[in-house]
Design a protein. Structure first.
Lengths: 259, 412, 387
């Protein structure tokens, strides 16, 4: 088992860094907003059960309420109608080995800075592959936009015609599926663009990825600390029976010399 | 008389500890509070012989019948005698001496004692029943015609909840009622409005209507988020004189047709939200009910009149309203020692997206705003806004079981 | 007309000197007055078989508890909860009991404690109508209630504060001759007029001072009194009236007015025969009303009456000779005994420094219990000295 010894040695020695790609779970962190007649994503709420007081003299703890898709979170295939019949498509069924894997980061930050509705296209992916080689099968692909630096209302960026934030086109997702990726992740509130409802199919990332048994990650941060290739993503959701997703702590192992 | 705007507080002075006027009453006399809470002038009369009675009693002074009931009564009379009290063993009145009171011969018959506002011996007067700080119904003799600054009188100021010079927190200023409410509050002389806005991150509708208004501070506040309430209370908790809870989550649907997610949201906002608001702001307000001209005065919440008896078409929402009404009742008991008024403004269907397909009559935001401010002006505890709410309240008061049957569709 | 109280007398008047505040209980004060009146008669507690008690502060006891507390074995026990009317009412009822043979000797006693907070507590629990409909309006207590009466009286009859002042000033002059009076300083009309307002138009010297104290006397057959060698007085007439004139919007007359003719007829005398008058003076305006309602002048004429008469012990109309409650103090229900006990002293020649020379016929008036906006109980008795 010298691999693991090497790994831990590298972690201790600083040859490997651990990057936290997770936002704090905060009641004021945006969630996806649907038309009000639909069921809504429960906001993260935390109520004190006791705080070393008459309700529990030596301990402090909270009750949490939240949706599976609150904060930095994981989407399982059964989250979407297209993936509803996928075997092992719930978070508790996903094989553990799927939860750790290589990650490719496509930097769209320049474009996203110019255009709130910036699209990840097959052309951008092709250009990335030209620079970094083909996306390996079984990889996570993360779309870096630096959107995670936005605060407050600028994050959802809601307008009268809905939110405006970057995301992939249907063809971009189709191309990634051709590469047989493990999943796709973004810094925005969803894996799809803010205006993703207007694509064909609507919400292509959700529809196509989950229809193909792939996973989603959203509300990520610190993608600027990852190299385009060569990092390892650790993204195990909570083991919720029949769960469609879950908030989680997303970590990346990054070679010490990267970036 | 024009009430001057209070000077800033002297930080070296202790905030006056609230005291209450005498609050002990007989069971019969509670009828005065019931009428006062609703802004009515009602006295007991004998069902057998019709004799109007006062003070409230258990048997008729004319015929000994024990069938006594409360009825709206003409509220006019003549001031027979008056005094200005300079000495009282009661701590509440001691702090407010001298205090004027007098006796009034009502045209309806009885002689009553009353607080005096701008009247003197021999005057023909109008008598109002108002809630005092002890939450009891008391008589106020005032001029026949209401004057604009009547509420500035120290007697009414001490027992009332008038918005003048007061700083008011509106818990959810994105609701349709918020803008007309703000306008009405300022028209009534309010000093400042803190406009709570939940989920600023989603750029909620309604925000544009209140942004940039003079003397309005928009602040993040979400009644479902304990942390946000804690933060808001730590910032403005010592300045909130009146809290108006406009936060409201409403989805159509009964119980079977409604999923519990929406019902839970309704409970979270409408019932537990009120509870959280009271927990966050209540203690601070309760400590400031004697804090000078702009003392804290009232916590107001909007309820559906169907809190009394549900409309099955909005069954889950109405369950949250019934829960909220129950919380209001508990809060009244809990705030009673401080004299902080807890008012409920009942409304029928409101003119908004959640009642859009319903036929009229519906309560327009402006009308709801007016009812809230009118309730504060007159220190009411129970306000019924619009014909539907008034009708429901009357039917409920007359026979709650019958109303329940009628709401089920019976009795056509 | 009521039957006469033949063969029955009042005797052994006792006042236990009042104190402003005391930690002693009503039981203590009642016991002292009882012991005092028995000592005066040379009797032991075992020798009385009747007791009439008036006290506001016995709680949780009643006169029933008092019998066991004081070791009394009785055939007649009465409780007179009529405040200022208690003394006269106790006397007339005891007289009937003795006359009818229900009791041989009835001790009538009134006394109350006064701790620092007693008065406020007493007011707090005074009456249901007061709690419901009077005290919430400034909690001025009886001061405010009588201020309204005084205000209306002044407006109706043109009485001035000077007129009320004459009563207070004369009583103070009387009190200065009574070593037991709480008020020891002379009072001038200017003092009265310039006193601080309490509840306008009531000012400081319109008010009594609550204190602790007790009063008592005995009612027995004339034969028994003679046997014991006691100076005594006969009750030649008495009335009581409760909730009289209920439809008067403001109390400008008391129950006396309803029954006064019967009183004089029973007593066989007229106002001009009366040697001295003890009115119930919780406020001077009430004394004025009594002067009118008891027939000493026409209704509304009391102001003129007090202007044209000298109300002191040596005057042409001796009134409240001990100084009255205004100057002696008000020891709760004992205030309702102050007049009758003083009158009994007067007509039996035992009044000492306050003695009106040759006093034979005394009228004692009582007034009690502001239930809401007025005093509900009125009573009057006429005592004739006979020793």
């Amino acid at each position: 088992m010298s691999i693991l010894a090497d790994l831990t040695g590298a972690l201790v020695g600083g040859d490997l860094r651990v990057v936290d790609l997770t936002h704090a779970l905060d009641p004021d962190f945006p969630v996806i907003v649907l038309p009000p007649e639909f069921g809504q994503c429960a906001r993260f709420r935390m109520e004190e059960v006791s705080a070393y007081d008459h309700r529990g003299p030596a301990w402090k703890w909270h009750n949490l309420t939240l949706n599976e898709h609150t904060g930095t979170h994981f989407d399982a295939p059964i989250h979407w109608v297209s993936g509803r019949d996928w075997p092992n498509g719930a978070v508790d069924e996903i094989p553990a080995e799927h939860l750790i894997g290589p990650v490719c980061v496509i930097d769209c930050s320049e474009g996203a800075a110019q255009d709130d509705d910036f699209e990840l296209t097959p052309e951008i992916i092709a250009a990335w592959e030209a620079a970094h080689g083909p996306i390996p099968a079984g990889s996570w692909v993360l779309m870096r936009t630096d959107w995670s630096r936005r605060r407050g209302a600028d994050y959802l960026n809601m307008a009268e015609d809905g939110p405006h934030s970057p995301g992939p086109t249907p063809d971009a997702i189709r191309l990634l599926l051709e590469r047989d990726i493990r999943g796709f992740g973004t810094e925005c509130v969803g894996t799809d663009a803010g205006q993703g409802a207007h694509y064909d199919p609507p919400y292509p990332a959700h529809f196509l990825l989950h229809g193909a048994g792939k996973y989603g990650l959203q509300c990520l941060c610190n993608l600027d600390l990852l190299p385009p290739t060569g990092a390892v993503l650790i993204a195990p959701p909570l083991k919720i029976k029949g769960g469609t997703g879950s908030p989680l702590r997303v970590l990346a192992l990054v070679p010490g010399d990267a970036k | 008389m024009t009430l001057p705007y209070p000077k800033k507080k002297d930080p070296q002075k202790r905030t006056k500890v609230p005291t209450l006027p005498p609050g002990e009453r007989s069971r019969a006399a509670l009828g005065l509070a019931i009428a006062a809470a609703r802004g009515r002038f009602a006295l007991q009369s004998c069902a057998a012989c019709g004799a109007v009675q006062y003070p409230p009693r258990d048997a008729c002074r004319s015929c000994l019948s024990v069938e006594m009931s409360w009825h709206d009564t003409p509220a006019y009379g003549k001031l027979l005698a008056e005094t200005r009290i300079h000495a009282s063993p009661d701590p509440y009145f001691r702090e407010r001496l001298p205090w004027r009171m007098g006796s009034v011969q009502l045209e309806a018959g009885p002689v009553i004692m009353a607080h005096l506002v701008g009247v003197s011996r021999g005057d023909r007067v109008t008598v109002e029943l108002r809630l005092d700080r002890a939450g009891q119904g008391v008589m106020i003799a005032r001029p026949m015609k209401r004057t604009e600054d009547m509420e500035d009188d120290p007697v009414l100021r001490a027992i009332g909840t008038h918005p003048k010079h007061r700083r008011i927190l509106i818990s959810d200023a994105t609701q349709p009622v918020a803008r007309p409410l703000i306008d009405a509050l300022f028209a009534a002389g309010a000093a400042h409005v803190f406009a709570g806005v939940p989920e600023l991150w989603r750029r909620p509708h309604g925000l544009s209507a209140i942004e940039g208004l003079e003397n309005v501070s928009v602040m993040p506040l979400d009644v479902t988020d304990t942390q946000s309430l804690k933060e808001a209370a730590s910032e403005i908790g010592g300045k909130v004189d009146i809290l108006i809870n406009t936060a409201r989550h409403i989805r159509p649907g009964g119980v079977l047709g409604q999923d519990t997610t929406a019902a839970r949201d309704e409970m979270e906002v409408n019932a537990l939200g009120l509870m959280r608001l009271a927990q966050a702001f209540g203690p601070g307000m309760a400590g400031r009910t004697a804090d000078g001209v702009n003392s804290s005065a009232a916590l107001v919440t909007i309820l559906s009149a169907h809190a009394l008896s549900p409309d099955p078409g909005y069954g889950a929402f109405n369950a949250s309203q019934a829960a909220a009404r129950s919380i209001v009742q508990t809060l009244r008991a809990e705030f009673a020692p401080s004299g902080l008024r807890v008012a409920a403004v009942y409304t029928g269907p409101t003119e908004d997206e959640w009642h859009q397909p319903l036929p009229p009559p519906k309560v327009a935001p402006k009308a709801l705003a007016r009812a809230i401010v009118d309730g504060l002006d007159r220190g009411l505890e129970e306000v019924y806004c619009g014909d539907v709410a008034r009708d429901l309240a009357e039917r409920w008061a007359a026979d709650p079981a019958l109303l329940d049957r009628e709401m089920m569709g019976g009795g056509a | 007309m009521s039957a006469p109280y033949d063969g029955v007398v009042l005797t052994c008047p006792v006042t236990v000197p009042y104190v402003r505040f005391s930690n002693e209980t009503a039981h203590w004060w009642v016991a002292r007055a009882l012991r005092g009146t028995l000592d005066a008669a040379g009797l032991t507690p075992r020798q009385i078989d009747g007791l009439s008690v008036s006290s506001f502060t016995l709680f949780p006891d009643t006169p029933v508890g008092l019998t066991q507390h004081l070791g009394l074995t009785l055939r007649y026990l009465d409780s007179i909860p009529m405040g200022g009317a208690s003394g006269v009412v106790a006397a007339r009822r005891a007289a009937r009991a003795v006359q009818a043979g229900d009791a041989e000797i009835v001790a009538c006693v009134a006394g109350d404690a006064n701790r620092i907070d007693s008065f406020r507590n007493l007011l707090n629990a005074f009456s249901r109508f007061s709690l419901d409909a009077s005290y919430p309006y400034g909690f001025g207590g009886p001061n405010a209630t009588f201020a309204l009466i005084m205000d209306a009286y002044m407006a109706e009859y043109g009485a001035t504060r000077e007129d009320f002042g004459r009563i207070a000033v004369a009583q103070r002059a009387n009190a200065l001759r009574n070593p037991h009076a709480m008020m020891k300083k002379p009072l001038s009309l200017d003092d009265y007029l310039n006193a601080r307002p309490i509840s306008e138009p009531v000012s400081l010297f319109d008010c009594v001072m609550p204190c602790a104290g007790s009063e008592a006397f005995l009612v027995m057959s004339e034969d028994r009194a003679r046997q014991l060698g006691l100076p005594f007085a006969r009750l030649t007439g008495s009335i009581e009236a409760h909730n009289a004139f209920p439809d008067d919007p403001v109390q400008l007359r008391g129950g006396w007015a309803a029954e006064i003719d019967k009183l004089y007829a029973q007593a066989g005398c007229a106002p001009q025969d009366i040697d001295l008058l003890q009115t119930y003076d919780d406020y001077p305006v009430i004394s004025m009303m009594q002067i009118e309602d008891l027939g000493f002048c026409a209704k509304g004429g009391a102001a003129e009456f007090v202007r044209s008469h000298d109300l002191t012990i040596d005057g042409d109309f001796p009134h409240n000779t001990s100084g009255g409650q205004l100057s002696v103090g008000q020891a709760g229900a004992a205030g309702g005994y102050l007049g009758i006990v003083e009158a009994l002293r007067q007509v039996t020649g035992q009044a000492g420094p306050t003695q009106v020379p040759d006093a034979r016929l005394a009228m004692v008036s009582g007034f009690g219990m502001v239930n809401y906006d007025r005093g509900v109980c009125s009573a009057v008795g006429i005592l004739e000295g006979a020793s």
